[in-house]
Design a binder for this molecule. Structure first.
Ligand code: ATP
Length: 434
């Protein structure tokens, strides 16, 4: 069996070859008919001159329904009419699976289907080379991240996804009935990756699902996303974490162009590698920028979708796709973030990419008493965090970390209009299947 990778795979000297795939298209021109057969790697033309082919075979092949799955064996012929430089003149075929008619979604149709129709029929949508390419590229992004992290001494971890307490605020918790006890789906691995900082596993990372009961229906929020989390001990300041993120993203963007040439070409995308260091804006500067541009945000407000977009446009004009936002008011940040002594600010940052937040991080509060104080200030009961707090009672090094939404990162790298495009089977407020 031969895959349709490129013509070098199917030698012109081969007398015969067998190719397997989906019948993408059939064209009958009277004396001659053509089938375009597709697999993961591309398409090949099956050419059927009526007079030279067994009539029964001709009849069966030309009657196939689009998207049926077949194996076709035939003679390989050179051709200057096809992209591959070869075509196959069939001598036999096997029908593995006949596709129903009509198709729920066209694979090569020019008409752009609605996002909902595409997601309802995702198996079919993914047959489109341009949809599939997103996930081939996403897979390489994960590979590049993991590669960089392991090379730089980070341990690849997995933390529980059924948890007893939330880390990112109660509003977006999904409740689970855990054998009669209340439990939640993890919003992030925050508490666990921090606990690990007390163990000597001083650099960890995780690529795993995070769940948020987001009631907002936006193009950047889903209820289940993949969070790329990192945590590192022995830092002196939040900038140590920012420098690490910058190194990771730079590595990914630099290598991606080289490793994903074919799939980027399918999407007509060129990867821009932003120059370093990434600019650093303060939250107060950002607030002024958005208010000068028509928004009415006050100190402490979230910059929100619109605010982030305004800043993104201003930074794009300056040639900066990626930039940090620092010095958030401590009030706007979770309990585990360290306060900047003597101010109402925090040692936290966001990383925005083309006008959208893709990551937040910072230096954590590692001092037990201060941490308890921060919990109380946020209206949380330290008793609910007993096992987390234990890890701070018996020796915890200074540490910091980040969470990057992998789906948002892919979306922004590829300039996709909606985060759902970067997720195989997205979950949102109104979507639970497929
Ligand atoms: P936003 O303000 O955009 O809702 P957030 O401040 O709630 O994000 P964090 O809790 O800081 O997000 O999570 C870290 C990262 O995880 C975000 O920067 C984002 O990339 C990703 N993320 C968070 N919530 C979602 C979501 N609902 N859908 C997709 N990605 C998300």
């Amino acid at each position: 069996m031969t895959s349709i990778r490129d013509s070098s795979n199917i030698s012109k000297e081969d007398a015969t070859a067998t190719v397997k795939g989906w019948v993408q298209d059939i064209r009958n021109l009277g004396g001659i008919s053509f089938i375009t057969l597709r697999d993961r790697h591309g398409t090949i033309q099956i050419t059927m001159p009526k007079k030279k082919i067994d009539p029964e075979l001709f009849e069966s092949l030309t009657k196939l329904s689009r998207e049926s799955v077949v194996a076709v064996t035939g003679e390989v012929k050179e051709s200057n009419q096809t992209a591959l430089g070869i075509e196959l003149i069939p001598t036999s075929f096997e029908l593995y699976s006949e596709a129903g008619v009509p198709l729920p979604l066209g694979v090569v149709d020019k008409v752009n289907a609605e996002m909902d129709t595409r997601l309802n029929n995702r198996f079919m949508d993914l047959r489109k080379p341009e949809t599939k390419a997103v996930f081939e590229i996403r897979s390489t992004i994960v590979e590049l991240i993991s590669e960089y992290m392991v090379k730089n001494g980070f341990v690849n971890i997995n933390t529980p996804k059924i948890v007893a307490s939330g880390a990112e605020g109660g509003a977006t918790l999904f409740s689970v009935d855990y054998f009669g006890k209340p439990a939640y789906l993890a919003q992030s691995p925050q508490l666990y990756k921090q606990m690990l900082m007390s163990t000597g596993l001083d650099r960890v990372f995780e690529l795993g699902p995070a769940f948020r009961a987001e009631h907002s229906n936006t193009n950047r929020h889903v209820t289940e996303f993949i969070s790329f989390d990192g945590e590192m001990a022995w830092i002196d300041k939040e900038e140590d974490v920012m420098a690490t993120i910058e190194n990771i993203i730079d590595h990914v963007l630099r290598e991606l162009g080289e490793r994903c040439k074919k799939h980027l070409e399918i999407l007509g995308k060129e990867i821009m590698v932003p120059k370093r260091p990434y600019p650093i804006l303060t939250y107060t500067e950002c607030l002024a920028m958005v208010n000068e541009n028509g928004l009415k945000l006050k100190e402490g407000d979230d910059l929100g979708t619109e605010g982030e977009k305004i800043i993104g446009d201003i930074m794009a004009e300056k040639g900066s796709d990626l930039y940090f936002i620092v010095e958030y008011p401590e009030e706007a940040k979770p309990f585990y973030i360290m306060e900047k002594d003597g101010t109402d600010l925090s040692f936290s940052f966001d990383l925005d990419y083309k006008g959208q937040e893709i990551s937040s991080g910072g230096q954590r509060e590692h001092r037990y008493q201060e941490l308890v104080k921060r919990m109380e200030k946020k209206g949380l009961d330290p008793k609910d965090f007993d096992s987390y707090l234990d890890a701070f009672r018996y020796g915890m090094p200074p540490h910091g970390g980040w969470g990057i939404g992998l789906d948002r990162l892919v979306t922004k790298i590829l300039d996709l209009p909606n985060v759902r495009e970067a997720i195989l089977f997205p979950r949102d407020i109104s979507r639970l299947s497929p």
